[in-house]
Design a protein around this ligand. Structure first.
Ligand SMILES: [Zn+2]
Length: 346
C-alpha cells in the first residue's frame, strides 16, 4: 500500500493555482483578498524562515495553503518538522492578529469561541487532575487566550486566572464574563504582572511562534520553580487531524511531534509530567532548576519516510473536501452529494 501511494502521489501535494481547498464564505474570500493586498503593497512583510534545527535540506510539501494563498510548505529532511517557508515578520504578525486573523480563520463569534474554549479548558483541568498537579496550582496565565473560555474553566474551580491576546473583540467578550484579560504582546503583559505564575498555558499558540525555542525559554522565566507549562499543538500524529487542511499562510509556522516537544522542554529545564495524544498533542512540563541547553533534533531516514507517507495519506483524505469545494457554484449538486455522503457515512 505504501509503495502504491508513494508512486501515485507526488510532492508538492498542492500546486500553486490560487484555488482554496476548503469551502469559504464571501466574507472570508474578501478578508483573504485584503490580506493579499496588504502583502502586495508591502504593508505586511514576508521573510524567509529556515528550519529551527539549523538544517537546510527540505522536501516541498505544498505551494499554497488551504485558502489558496501562495506559500511554500516544507518538510525538513533532518528533524521532520513541517514549516512555512516564509512567515510574516514580528511587526506584521501583530497587525495581522489584530486586523485579519478573526476575519479569515475564526468565522465564529466570540461567544461560540468561548464555549468551545471552555470545553477545552475543562479537558485541561481534567488532565491536571489526572496528573496529580491540580492542587499545586493557584494561578494560571494563558498566552493567546482569545475569548478566555479555557481560563473560565480554571476560574470555575477557584483558581486565579489571567490572560492576554491581540484580538480586542474576543478579549472584550471574556472581560464581560468577568475574566481578567489584557490586550498586548505576552512579553509586555507578563512583565507588567510582575509576579511569576504557577502555570502558563499555550493552547494552539506555539505553532505560531517565530522563534519557539527562545520564546519558550523566555516564558519559562515567568514560571515559578516547580510550576508548570501546559502546551497544546495540532499533531501530525493523530488520525482525526489533517495537517493539509490546516496549512494556513504565514500564520501556522510549524508542526511539532511528541519527541520534539518533550526533548525541547527537557532541554529547557522542564520535567515532562504528562503527554497526551488525542486529535491534539498536549504536554505538561514542570519547571526544574536549569539544565544544560543542548538541543539536537536529528531523525533517521526511515522516520522521515514515515512522515512523508503520513502526509500523502492525509492528502488523499482531503480529496472529497476539495471536490465539495469546487462545486461551490453548483449548490443543488452539492446538496445531493452531501446527502449521499451522509447516507454512506451512516
Ligand atoms: Zn529541521
Amino acid at each position: 500500500m505504501l509503495r502504491i501511494i508513494d508512486r501515485i502521489i507526488k510532492f508538492p501535494l498542492l500546486k500553486n493555482d490560487r484555488k482554496p481547498i476548503i469551502p469559504l464564505s464571501k466574507e472570508q474570500e474578501q478578508a483573504i483578498q485584503e490580506f493579499l493586498n496588504k502583502v502586495e503593497r508591502g504593508e505586511y512583510k514576508l521573510v524567509d524562515y529556515p528550519c529551527i534545527c539549523g538544517n537546510s535540506e527540505d522536501i516541498l510539501i505544498a505551494e499554497k495553503d488551504r485558502y489558496g494563498i501562495p506559500l511554500n510548505i516544507y518538510l525538513c529532511k533532518n528533524c521532520g518538522t513541517i514549516r512555512s517557508g516564509k512567515v510574516l515578520d514580528r511587526e506584521s504578525l501583530i497587525k495581522f492578529y489584530s486586523d485579519d486573523y478573526s476575519k479569515i480563520y475564526v468565522s465564529t463569534s466570540p461567544d461560540v469561541r468561548f464555549k468551545s474554549q471552555f470545553i477545552r479548558g475543562k479537558d485541561f483541568v481534567r488532565l491536571c487532575k489526572d496528573c496529580g498537579i491540580l492542587d499545586k496550582i493557584e494561578n494560571v496565565f494563558e498566552i493567546g487566550c482569545g475569548a478566555g473560555g479555557i481560563l473560565a474553566a480554571f476560574k470555575e474551580i477557584g483558581l486565579k486566572v489571567s490572560g492576554c491576546d491581540l484580538d480586542r473583540e474576543h478579549l472584550e467578550y471574556g472581560i464581560s464574563r468577568g475574566l481578567n484579560l489584557l490586550y498586548g504582546d505576552y512579553r509586555k503583559v507578563l512583565h507588567s504582572l510582575g509576579s511569576k505564575q504557577d502555570c502558563i498555558i499555550l493552547s494552539h499558540v506555539l505553532e505560531h511562534f517565530l522563534d519557539p525555542i527562545n520564546e519558550l525559554e523566555e516564558i519559562a522565566k515567568k514560571i515559578k520553580v516547580n510550576g508548570y507549562i501546559l502546551i497544546q499543538v495540532p499533531s501530525l500524529y493523530s488520525h482525526q487531524f489533517n495537517p493539509i487542511l490546516t496549512f494556513q499562510n504565514a500564520h501556522t509556522i510549524q508542526f511539532f511531534d511528541p519527541e520534539f516537544l518533550s526533548f525541547t522542554l527537557e532541554n529547557l529545564g522542564f520535567r515532562v509530567v504528562c503527554l497526551e495524544l488525542t486529535p491534539q498533542l498536549t504536554i505538561i512540563g514542570q519547571k526544574r532548576i536549569r539544565k544544560n541547553k543542548h538541543i539536537s533534533f536529528n531523525k533517521n531516514k526511515e522516520e522521515i519516510m514515515k512522515i512523508q507517507y503520513r502526509l500523502k495519506r492525509a492528502y488523499i483524505s482531503t480529496v472529497p473536501v476539495q471536490v465539495y469545494t469546487k462545486l461551490q457554484k453548483y449548490p443543488t449538486l452539492r446538496k445531493i452529494l452531501s446527502k449521499v455522503f451522509h447516507k454512506i457515512k451512516n
